[in-house]
Design a protein around this ligand. Structure first.
Ligand code: ADP
Ligand code: MG
Length: 309
């Protein structure tokens, strides 16, 4: 990766209560990347984001945001960041326009209203610009939070659980927004406990659980691994080599020839198992037991999904 826009080294957090929310974590994010941090509730996602955004002080580690040290030069780092928090946190008595304009000025921009108008239009908020925030629905309030985060044209946008509990229209608009931001070169880091959300939006996915970043991989590679399963056949007679007639399934021989293993993609419509078993019978290879198992990655995922709120 060329110079990452965000670089975490050994970042850790133990809260005063003694909870270890984040074990020492290294993570580098490239400019323009859409990165999903995927994990169940309590995994440490909000903690990690909050540390980068200067809301939570880390117990250890260092962070640079486009070369600025986020701990010693927090102001410069923060200016490059937009955060859409998980919880609603807006001044209920303000109007939409005033709130979003305030966010832009907070980071030293003039009231460059063409940008604000564009952001509000993109989020279907323009018609509501003079409404007081307390008059808006929950979904509209979330849109205001997004508009606030984008008001100062950040290079990095953090979305903390952007679609948890939001309506379909907002979810769809969020997709569109993220794709448009990507085209502009904005880096987007989102957290989620929905696999589908990571799958839909991200270029790269990090899986976090119990404060540990378990793995980081390109989405395509990760999703391919996640769908893989193994079919193990315990043979009646051991074999020394895979017969040519079975080559198209590329099975492997395990266990001194007593097990024949076929790896298939459980997410495909056709797993290839019936034809594999037919070919096996035609070859006169008999088996006495058969077992399918998930890859260890999928185990991680099943744990994650099982724990989701
Ligand atoms: P996630 O966003 O993945 O759901 P969090 O980062 O919010 O996870 O929480 C990680 C762990 O840290 C949880 O066990 C949570 O209870 C704990 N935690 C979060 N914030 C605080 C806090 N301010 N004080 C003490 N513990 C906290
Ligand atoms: Mg959270």
């Amino acid at each position: 990766m060329t110079e990452p826009i965000l670089d975490l080294r050994g970042v850790a957090k133990t809260y005063k209560s003694g909870v270890v929310a984040l074990h020492p974590t290294d993570l580098a994010i490239a400019k323009g990347e859409i990165f999903a941090l995927l994990g169940p509730n309590g995994a440490g996602k909000t903690t990690l984001i909050s540390i980068v955004c200067g809301i939570v002080v880390p117990s250890a580690g260092s962070i640079t945001v486009a070369g600025h040290d986020a701990l010693t030069d927090a102001k410069a780092a923060r200016r490059l960041i937009g955060l859409v928090p998980q919880e609603l946190s807006v001044d209920m008595f303000e109007t939409v326009l005033a709130t979003v304009r305030f966010s832009r000025r907070l980071f030293g921009h003039s009231g460059h209203d063409a940008h604000i108008e564009q952001v509000l239009r993109d989020l279907s908020l323009w018609d509501k610009r003079d409404a007081k925030i307390m008059e808006l629905s929950g979904g509209m309030k979330r849109r205001v939070l997004i508009a606030k985060a984008l008001a100062h044209e950040p290079a990095i946008l953090f979305l903390d659980e952007p679609t948890a509990g939001v309506d379909v229209a907002l979810r769809r608009d969020m997709w569109t927004l993220v794709h448009r931001l990507r085209e502009k070169g904005t880096t987007v880091i989102l957290t989620t406990h929905y696999i589908e959300e990571a799958e839909e939006m991200a270029d790269r996915v990090g899986v976090i659980d119990k404060g540990k970043l378990l793995l980081v991989d390109d989405k395509a590679a990760l999703m391919a691994k996640l769908g893989k399963r193994e079919l193990d056949l315990t043979l009646v007679e051991p074999i020394a080599a895979v017969p040519a007639a079975l080559a198209q399934w590329a099975p492997t021989i395990e266990n001194d020839g007593r097990t024949l293993r076929y790896v298939f993609d459980a997410k495909e419509e056709r797993t290839g198992i019936p034809s594999f078993l037919t070919a096996l019978r035609d070859e006169g290879i008999a088996f006495k037991d058969l077992e399918t198992s998930k890859s260890s990655l999928e185990d991680i995922f099943v744990d994650l999904v099982g724990e989701k709120a």
